[in-house]
Design a protein around this ligand. Structure first.
Ligand code: PLP
Length: 354
């Protein structure tokens, strides 16, 4: 398929202060768009000025949430070049989500090529300051205007770019997590493994309640017994428990995080044992009290690694370790960001330099 680059008709003013860039609020000059029709397949691939879409009010996505997305980042390296982190993995996951939501798959190589071209064209939007990046959001929505519940025959796939400030302004800081015993995110057989908007819509009620009580994130337990750890907000979670790293297995209810995957590789290389099993909430509470639970951290593209300082379950609050960022957590954060920003050798071929 041909990628058309249309002239930029609506250039925007550049944000002036890179330290004040807010995640997902500012977008760059351009966007990638392609369209799908059941009889034509994907077509009309183009890079054009960032602009609103015209959607029919009956568009299926607006009623039945047939939608998927991805999230990855571009990093500015010391030599000025721009790198993506494991972008091919995001393309593969995009197609996996598409299959689960009965949406058409894309040509992974073509979409990655289009993303690289888009980032190249908007390269001066990739910020330079320490810890900043360009967030890349591939998205697919069902556009067919019909109110019948069925997989749509028309779709839009698009990619938008948003420059973001450093996630941690004052250094890596631990978060307070609320363990929900009432609400669940995903049940076995559901869509927990797909990166689809509906999972997030379903999480808002609990995360709002958590925020009102002063917590940063919600930790989800399994839907059946509400006893075993699944994941946190938009992150996977790892525990340093009894000297081993414990993380929930990929059984269909949690997202197969690329940061999770990368961190597990690094942990293995550090010589630590990994147990892919769901830790129970009792193990968290008991482990924090006895010291068996030394560290806990979330993993995801936005925060990279996010240390957990406290867990609250029902009316009980426990502190992990001494409440500060643990040694392993810090080491993983530094190694991963070091590789992403080109300060540490990329021995795994994770980095795709433009
Ligand atoms: C995207 C996402 C993650 C993290 O995945 P990464 O590939 O590491 O960014 C974890 N959980 C959920 C629910 C997500 O949507």
């Amino acid at each position: 398929m041909e990628l058309n680059v249309l002239p930029l008709t609506q250039p925007k003013p550049r944000p002036t202060d890179e330290t004040k860039l807010i995640f997902g609020r500012d977008f760059t000059d351009r966007m990638f768009v392609m369209e799908f029709d059941r009889d034509k397949g994907w077509h009309s691939a183009r890079i054009q000025s960032y602009q609103p879409f015209t959607l029919d009010p009956a568009a299926l996505v607006l009623h039945y949430a047939q939608e998927i997305f991805e999230g990855l980042k571009a990093f500015r390296r010391p030599d000025g070049r721009i790198a993506l982190f494991r972008p091919a993995d995001n393309m593969t996951r995009f197609n996996r989500s598409a299959r689960r939501m009965c949406m058409p798959e894309v040509d992974e190589n073509f979409l990655l090529h289009a993303i690289k071209e888009l980032v190249r064209l908007d390269a001066d939007w990739v910020p330079h300051s320490e810890g900043t990046s360009l967030y890349i959001r591939p998205t697919m929505i069902a556009t067919e205007p019909v109110l019948g519940v069925k997989p749509a025959d028309q779709y839009l796939c698009y990619v938008i770019l948003s420059p973001v400030a450093a996630y941690y302004k004052g250094g890596v800081a631990p978060v307070k997590i609320w363990i929900s015993d009432k609400y669940v995110r995903a049940a076995a057989g559901g869509t927990g493994e797909a990166k689809t908007g509906g999972n997030y819509a379903a999480s808002l009620y609990a995360s709002t309640e958590a925020a009102e009580r002063g917590f940063d994130q919600v930790l989800w337990l399994d839907a059946e017994q509400r006893r075993y750890v699944e994941e946190v907000g938009s992150m996977n979670i790892c525990f340093l428990y009894d000297g081993k790293v414990v993380t929930s297995p990929l059984k269909g209810t949690i997202l197969d995080g690329i940061t999770r995957r990368s961190v597990l590789t690094l942990i293995r290389e550090l010589g630590l044992e990994i147990e892919e099993r769901a830790l129970s909430v009792d193990e968290i509470i008991e482990g924090a009290a006895t010291g068996r639970l030394k560290e806990a951290f979330g993993t995801g593209t936005a925060a990279v690694v996010s240390p957990v300082g406290q867990f609250t379950y029902r009316d009980q609050t426990v502190t992990v370790g001494d409440g500060n960022t643990g040694e392993l957590t810090m080491k993983l954060y530094q190694t991963l960001t070091g590789i992403q920003y080109g300060k540490i050798a990329d021995r795994h071929n994770w980095v795709d330099v433009l």
